[in-house]
Design a protein around this ligand. Structure first.
Ligand SMILES: Cc1cc2nc3c(=O)[nH]c(=O)nc-3n(C[C@H](O)[C@H](O)[C@H](O)COP(=O)(O)O)c2cc1C
Length: 471
């Protein structure tokens, strides 16, 4: 089959679908193909609709605030403000860290609301000491959705207040076991379940919910875990009578990656790294430029003071601290109970805040495994349009492959059908003339008839999968 250009591919598919109607009982499939466009599906979480199936991953200590979140929401995705370390933006953080966090968090949510009518979410770490107070602010400000990571949101979740304020909730997990545990416990404690789930895979930036050994293991990658979580969610979806979308992320770079992830069963992707290199990202330009200039080998792991591995652009600050150098720092208020800043030689919030301000020698930049592929800083809308174009192209090339398969099946089908008619005629003649080839002709006819049925099934399946891709 000749390669097709983008504009002809859909009309070609429609033509094929129509022609197959003549010999396949496929009215429903064909009518859905006729209506189809290779655009990406909207992300629906209950009554919440984001036209683009993209959640911008929350990036703490001031990387994703109102500017980035509102730009993503305006481009059709879910924009997310990260609560973690947000008080470091305030002048009085060292006097009252918690009050500074809550004030800055509320202010950023309100600022985002001023700039967009799109979907705004927040990211809160379960493990921080002011988790409940931050969650209360999110509920009071009626954000659209809260994403809760760095711990399992099981106990003492104000489910009633969330429902009353129409705030959706999605836990961030790194295994299907965690999903099972959260959903089972929620049913028991609240007779309710979360509205969506985010799976953050091992290629992500920032803190990672995996051991170093698991990070490269195929058993922990998106391809393996996404279908497992989809299965885990099924009984809950049936029981609740609603879709519980899975949002998967970690290393997603292109529209093609989005298409692949959605093909695994996810309803949307979570992306963070690519949104750093945008005009609207809230970090200093030097932070963003670190992404543009880094090389593949610069991206590596750190042993974070919070007790988890983290992915970052490795620099002299990291190597110095690994060698025992200890910049003087003051812990403002032990924001995280499990923090081992003394052992790690630095406070991660201060290091990340320095990087956010562009002071890269006094801190470091968290980044996903694909940061080195970024070549320039662009507006968020440009990035989202590029991703959407890449997605459409991926759909179209998959359809082109299926059309080629369909064409082969169709040719074989027509030929085998002709052979079948011929064998039937010869068999009848052999019967009339008492020719002893009759028995063998009958066997050949049965074989051809069976093949025709198999080919017909193959064509039906191929067409159905094109309509599935477009659904
Ligand atoms: C700079 C940076 C900061 C991050 N901070 C947080 C955070 O505060 N909370 C969180 O849940 N995830 C955080 N993440 C993870 C992202 O939200 C996202 O899930 C992940 O990076 C997706 O992978 P990608 O960056 O390859 O797209 C951070 C990631 C980056 C790159």
């Amino acid at each position: 089959m000749q390669p097709m250009n983008r504009s002809t591919i859909l009309s070609r598919l429609k033509e094929e679908a129509r022609s197959c109607l003549a010999f396949l009982p496929l009215e429903k499939t064909v009518s859905s193909i006729m209506k189809a466009k290779p655009t990406w599906p909207a992300l629906r979480i209950g009554d919440l609709v984001a036209p683009a199936p993209i959640v911008q991953g929350g990036m703490g200590v001031g990387i994703s605030l109102s500017s980035l979140a509102s730009a993503v929401a305006n481009a059709g995705g879910i924009g997310v403000i990260a609560a973690n370390g947000i008080g470091l933006l305030e002048p009085d953080y060292y006097e009252d860290g918690q009050a500074a966090n809550l004030r800055a968090f509320r202010r950023e949510i309100r600022a985002a609301r001023q700039k967009t009518k799109g979907v705004i979410g927040v990211n809160i770490m379960v493990a921080v000491n002011d988790f409940h107070q931050l969650l209360d602010v999110a509920i009071e400000e009626m954000v659209d959705i809260v994403f809760l990571g760095a711990g399992l949101p099981i106990k003492n979740i104000p489910v009633e207040a969330l429902r009353k304020a129409k705030v959706k909730l999605a836990p961030i997990v790194s295994s299907s076991r965690a999903v099972d545990m959260i959903f089972r416990m929620w049913k028991k404690l609240y007779n309710d379940v979360p509205d969506a789930v985010v799976f953050e895979g091992p290629k992500a930036g920032g803190h990672l919910g995996f051991t170093e050994e698991q990070l490269e293991d195929p058993a922990y990658q998106l391809k393996a875990i996404v279908p497992q979580i989809v299965e885990t969610l099924k009984p809950y979806e049936e029981e609740e009578g609603r879709k519980i979308p899975l949002i998967a992320g970690g290393g997603i770079y292109s529209g093609k990656d989005i298409h692949q992830t959605l093909s695994l069963g996810a309803s949307a992707v979570q992306m963070a790294t690519r949104f750093v290199a945008t005009d609207e990202c809230d970090a200093d330009r030097r932070f963003k430029e670190a992404y543009v200039t880094c090389k593949k080998e610069d991206i590596g792991l750190i042993k974070s003071p919070v007790g988890m591995p983290g992915r970052a652009i490795r620099n002299s600050f990291i190597t110095d601290s690994e060698e025992g150098k200890r910049p003087a720092f003051r812990c403002a208020w032990k924001c995280l109970a499990s923090c081992k800043a003394q052992d790690a030689n630095y406070c991660i919030s201060i290091a990340l805040n320095n990087a956010r301000r562009g002071l890269l020698k006094s801190g470091f930049v968290f980044a996903g495994s694909n940061a080195y592929r970024i070549k320039k800083i662009v507006p968020v809308q440009t990035l989202v349009s590029e991703l959407e174009g890449g997605y459409a192209k991926a759909v179209e090339s998959k359809i082109a492959r299926l059309l080629a398969k369909l064409e082969t099946l169709k040719t074989e089908y027509v030929q085998t059908q002709q052979l079948m008619h011929e064998l039937a005629k010869r068999y009848e003649e052999a019967l009339l003339t008492m020719n002893n080839a009759a028995h063998s002709l009958k066997q050949q006819y049965t074989k051809a008839a069976l093949k025709v049925e198999t080919l017909r099934l193959g064509m039906a399946q191929t067409l159905a999968s094109t309509s599935h891709i477009l659904a």
